[in-house]
Design a protein. Structure first.
Length: 187
């Protein structure tokens, strides 16, 4: 197993992984699978300031995780939102935990203090589109639920909640410069 920075050539395989979640789950609230060009642009835009990591086993890409801004105001510069997607065949093997750990380490290196995850959760019990697995995954990684929006997303004709999870990953000292002013966005 190898975790590395994503490259543009990864876009097609990553989109293939993501497309299944769009088409068959309420884990993402996107209704339509983005085009390859749109997905590649997401990677390119994100990696200007934040990490986007790929997990490979042998020569097969099995998952990816990335971070992005929590909000665009300067005071939020030490906080970011993370996302992770694994190929369906890779679930239950600890790969998501390893991928998230690598993402956290890179975010710490870049000066981040807080990590957030926006997780879709069932409003009325688990169904064929959404379970509590993602919420449990984040809790096992040390995230705590910080808030919930009730029935805020509708997909497949059903209403779902969104829970915001948070995790402290760095010391909350009083830095003089934001992570981006320190040069971490020069990639």
């Amino acid at each position: 197993m190898m975790i590395r920075e994503a490259v543009p050539a990864d876009a097609a395989r990553m989109l293939d992984i993501y497309a299944w979640y769009v088409a068959h789950t309420a884990i993402t609230f996107e209704y339509d699978v983005p085009s390859l060009d749109e997905f590649a642009a997401r990677i390119e835009t994100t990696t200007r300031r934040y990490p986007w990591l790929a997990l490979e086993e042998g020569s097969r890409l099995l998952g990816y995780a990335y971070a992005g801004p929590l909000y665009r105001r300067a005071a939020y510069s030490w906080s970011c939102e993370a996302s992770i997607y694994l190929d369906r065949s890779a679930h239950g093997r600890g790969l998501g935990r390893k991928l998230y750990a690598a993402l956290e380490e890179e975010l710490k290196r870049r000066g981040m203090r807080n990590l957030y995850a926006c997780v879709a959760v069932p409003s009325d019990g688990e169904d064929e589109f959404l379970t509590f697995a993602s919420a449990r995954f984040h809790e096992k990684l040390g995230f705590v639920e910080a808030g919930r929006f009730h029935r805020c997303g509708c997909k497949f004709g059903r209403w779902y909640d969104v829970a915001w999870f948070e995790k402290t990953i760095g010391a909350h000292d009083a830095p003089e410069k934001t992570p981006f002013e320190r040069g971490n966005d020069e990639r």
